[in-house]
Design a protein around this ligand. Structure first.
Ligand code: ADP
Length: 162
């Protein structure tokens, strides 16, 4: 049976840390869906369409990765995709509290779900979408932290030359 894993997140925007997790997941599972969350409560910098386009641009060379969006309960989305595998990234201990809370709740809502935590390369341990946006907004280069297509959109969004 082919295994589909879902990697959900805001991806606002995608960073090289997210991409590292996607690449690891693609080596472990037959099919990986990067699921961009459409959550009206969480105010995002980029629209869902923009976030999807940025992920699409970055995973073009990964044949078993797909990009999608979901709204509402993640476990309902998993069921529609006939998947029981949830991928999340764990950077430092600081992620654990929130990630364990989320994994526990998802398991309560859907008994069969398994959350698989993947650790990125250590260079991405302290990388987050929010810190990348702050750095870009203050005029520094973000080329080291995000794929080229994301860097271009960030510069445009924050009106940074280059
Ligand atoms: P969410 O709002 O769902 O937390 P994010 O886009 O911030 O969405 O993160 C999605 C997932 O990717 C989370 O599991 C998060 O811990 C993980 N993640 C974020 N940044 C990194 C990174 N630099 N390295 C590895 N995992 C990361």
């Amino acid at each position: 049976m082919s295994q589909t894993a879902v990697y959900p997140g805001s991806f606002d925007p995608l960073t090289k840390g997210h991409l590292d997790i996607i690449q690891r997941a693609c080596r472990l599972f037959d099919h990986v869906i990067v699921a961009v969350s459409n959550n009206p409560i969480k105010k995002a910098t980029f629209s869902v369409a923009e976030r999807i386009a940025m992920v699409e641009g970055a995973v073009r060379d990964l044949p078993n990765a797909d990009v999608d969006t979901f709204a509402g309960l993640l476990v309902d989305y998993l069921k529609t995709k006939r998947s029981r595998l949830l991928i999340r990234g764990l950077r430092a201990v600081s992620d654990m509290e929130y990630e364990f809370q989320l994994a526990d709740m998802n398991r309560r809502l859907y008994r069969e779900v398994e959350t698989v935590f993947l650790m990125p390369d250590e260079q991405y341990t302290y990388l987050s979408s929010s810190i990348v946006k702050e750095v870009c907004a203050r005029g520094a280069s973000v080329d080291a932290f995000v794929p080229p297509g994301v860097a271009r959109r960030l510069r445009r969004r924050f009106a940074v030359p280059g």
